[in-house]
Ligand binder design. Sequence first.
Ligand SMILES: Nc1ncnc2c1ncn2[C@@H]1O[C@H](COP(=O)(O)OP(=O)(O)OP(=O)(O)O)[C@@H](O)[C@H]1O
Length: 312
Amino acid sequence: MQPIISISNLSKTYDGGVRALNSVSLDIEQGEIFALLGPNGAGKTTLISAVCGIVTPTSGTVLAGGHDIIRGYKKARAMIGLVPQEISTDAFETVWATVNFSRGLFGKAGDRAYIEQLLRDLALWDKKDAKIMELSGGMKRRVMIAKALSHEPEILFLDEPTAGVDVELRRSMWNLVRGLRERGVTIILTTHYIEEAEEMADRVGVIRGGEIIVVEETEAIMRKLGKRQLTLTLTEAMETVPDALAEWHLELADEGHRLVYSFDANDESTGIPSLLRRMGDLGIGFADLDTSKSSLEDIFVGLVNAQQEPAA
Ligand SMILES: Nc1ncnc2c1ncn2[C@@H]1O[C@H](COP(=O)(O)OP(=O)(O)OP(=O)(O)O)[C@@H](O)[C@H]1O
C-alpha cells in the first residue's frame, strides 16, 4: 500500500540561518500511530509545520494522500488535522461555534450530527455552550483536538499532546488517540517522553539536530533500549537467521557476516551459553565475539542529556 505521507529530502533553513531540518525522508503508513521523539529544538515542530503547510520548506517534497503539499495544497491540507502545541482559539467563543467554524474553514458543509458525535467522544458535549475561557486546561486541549477533527481528516498531527498535563489526563489522551486510530485515522505525535512513545506508537522515529537518526517499530526499539549486544563474527556468512535460533531474536549485520544478539545484562540468565550451545549443535562457527552497549542506548542517553540542557 502507498504510504499516506511520503516525505523526501525535506530541508528547512529559517531566515536567521538555523537549519532546522536536514534532508529528512520518512514514510508514514495509513492507520499507524507514529511517534516523533526528540529533544528540544530537534526540529519536530518544523517537520509537522512543513507537512501542514505552515512552514515553507527550503527544499524537498511532501505528499499527503498522494497530493503534493505545495502544488496540491488544498487537497493535501483537507486530509490533515493539526493539534498545535499552543492552545490558540478565541476565548470568548463557545465550544460549539469554535468547532463548527473550523469545519467551515475547510469549505465543508455543516454537519450537526458529526460535530455532536465528536464532542461526545471528547467528553465535551455538556460544555458545548460554554465559552472557551470557562474551560479547564484539559478541556481546552480537547477542544483543540475537536477543531483539528472538525473537517474529518484522515491524518491527525498532535504536537506534544501531553506536555505539562497530569497523569490522568495523559492516560485519557492516550485512550482517545487509540480510539481515533480504531476509526482509521493515521496519527503522528511528537513527544519528549520515551514512555509515551512506548505506550502509544506502532513506530518511533528519533529526530535530532534536524535529522532522523532512527526509525523503527516500537517493540524492536524498546527491546534494544537499555540492552547490550553480543556480536559474533561468523566463519561463513548466512542469508537468513535459521528458525532454530528464532527464540534469541537475532539480527544479521555486515551482509550476513555478523550475528547480533541483544540481551539484558541484568537478567539472571542472559541466554548466551544456550545460544552458543545451539549454534554449536547446528554447526554454525564463529571466528570472533564482542560485546558492547547497543547503539540505540547511546542514542537515548544522548537524547536525555540533550533534554537536560536548557532549551534554546
Ligand atoms: N520561526 C523560526 N525562525 C527561526 N528559527 C526557528 C523558527 N522556528 C524554529 N526555529 C529553530 O529551528 C530549530 C528547530 O525548532 P523546532 O521548534 O522545530 O524544534 P522542536 O523539536 O519542535 O522543539 P521543542 O521540543 O522545543 O518544541 C530550533 O533551533 C529553533 O530555534
